[in-house]
Design a protein around this ligand. Structure first.
Ligand SMILES: [Zn+2]
Length: 165
């Protein structure tokens, strides 16, 4: 949800309290619960649990306000897009965020949507253990770690000793 309505400089974090983000966080959390319950169900291979059915119903209820219609844009591009049936109520970036979230849930990749360990922005982890949205955040995080500070202190002590400060 970092598009037209929200400038790129204002990244979206879980702490964002605007209603549109609160709605998306709610759907994301529900979808995560469904993804994890589906994983447990697949492992048991039995009848779906009451909890799984209840979670799916809650997710369906949260998604009921989003309505789409399939549409193929004019040539030369040829691909399917889903247009909102209620563009007055649902802003384009919320519409796209819901579609992306559903796609990731379908691909069982929702667990890769995380909050950055440094700046808390939401991001899609390319790697299974990815914890940071960008390299700069990773470097900042380690620069603040006690191990890095100790290492830096020893290095500076040695540097000062060598250069006679
Ligand atoms: Zn970050």
């Amino acid at each position: 949800m970092n598009c037209n309505e929200y400038p790129q400089s204002k990244w979206v974090a879980p702490t964002d309290r605007r209603p549109v983000f609160q709605r998306m966080h709610g759907i994301l959390e529900l979808a995560r619960e469904v993804e994890s319950a589906l994983g447990a169900h697949a492992a048991n291979a039995g009848r779906p649990s009451i909890q799984l059915v209840a979670k799916l119903r809650r997710l369906n209820k949260a998604l009921a306000g989003y309505t789409f219609k399939p549409h193929f844009p004019d040539p030369p591009r040829f691909f399917l897009i889903w247009r909102s049936l209620d563009p007055e109520r649902v802003i384009p970036s919320e519409h796209r965020a819901v579609l992306s979230l559903l796609k990731l849930l379908e691909l069982k990749l929702l667990y890769r949507v995380r909050s950055c360990s440094q700046c808390t922005t939401w991001f899609f982890a390319r790697y299974r253990h990815g914890k940071f949205c960008k390299t700069v955040c990773q470097q900042k995080h380690y620069a603040l770690s006690p191990e890095f500070k100790d290492g830096r202190r020893s290095y500076m002590r040695e540097y000062r000793r060598k250069h006679g400060y």
